[in-house]
Design a binder for this molecule. Structure first.
Ligand code: AMP
Length: 111
């Protein structure tokens, strides 16, 4: 998508704090972190939101959650994943992404 911020981040046209990448998935630090660890895990293929996601991509995202959680040291301590969808979900970037939050005991208010 020409005008998509996360497509531009994946392409390297906009800088990001990359933490993980494979052929299907890219993960980077949220610019406005809501927890000590706040990452965004995104498919390289553009989908507007979770409703458009195919099974292969969903599996790749799930695998990336595991890999990134282990890499960031929160797999044992625990973490939260969130994917906001649409207007009522308060989605602000229309490229499917999973927030991974951890590194502290989370309250209900975080993300
Ligand atoms: P959402 O509101 O669920 O669509 O989440 C979008 C997230 O993208 C927010 O948490 C923003 O802080 C984050 N964000 C926006 N622009 C950037 C950027 N350039 N680099 C990293 N994270 C960003």
């Amino acid at each position: 998508m020409n005008d998509c911020l996360f497509c531009k981040i994946i392409a390297g046209e906009v800088p990001s704090g990359k933490v993980y990448e494979n052929d299907k998935v890219y993960a980077f630090r949220d610019i406005n972190p809501q927890a000590p660890v706040h990452l965004l895990i995104v498919p390289k293929k553009h989908f507007d939101n979770i409703l458009q996601c195919d099974a292969e991509t969903a599996a790749a995202l799930t695998e990336a959650v595991r890999a990134v959680a282990e890499q960031e040291g929160v797999a044992e301590s625990g973490f939260r994943i969130v994917s906001n969808c649409g207007r009522d979900g308060a989605q602000s970037v229309n490229h499917l992404h999973i927030h991974l939050l951890g590194g502290a005991a989370l309250t209900e208010k975080m993300a």
